[in-house]
Design a protein around this ligand. Sequence first.
Ligand code: FE2
Length: 193
Amino acid sequence: MTNEHSLDPLRQFVRDMTKLVDAGAGSLELVDRGETMMAKLVADDSWLPADFAKPHPQYYQQYLLHCDPLERFSVVSFVWGPGQKTPIHDHTVWGLIGVLSGGELETRFDLVDGALQAGEVTRLDPGHVGRLSEDDGDVHQVANAFEDRVSISIHVYGGNIGKVRRHVFDPQTGAMKDFISSYSSNVMPNIWA
Ligand code: FE2
């Protein structure tokens, strides 16, 4: 699947993030310091094994790359087929989004008196790192910026994100529904080989 050196950037990211959570960093510090680490991780797009970069014809894919044993953070590759997008959703934990290849369009939403108000659309290009926290806003929708090609991003979240109970929002009414995203595969890359 991969040679023994190609997953070095991911292994280093996992080590650095583990040290940071072990040191008891709060979510603001995790996002601040994690941003630099994520920028380094997505500066090189050659390390992600093909099995975790595979699109699905219908659904965007979320491949778990690593989960901290104490579920303090998880690392996921998001693979967007042409034109694919998420529902409007929240996270309830901090997060960082690093674009590896292609591009993403992110729309933030504010909840004002129970109604959703769309903010500006931000385009995230390769190497760009976006932040998610309660301070910066936690509700958004993300789409592949391309209608004719795959885009890939690497996300880190402050929990085992596939198991976190969070929410999706109806774009018309703003009505909130419980949501657990799960993962697209039960297989993980062997970063220790
Ligand atoms: Fe998200």
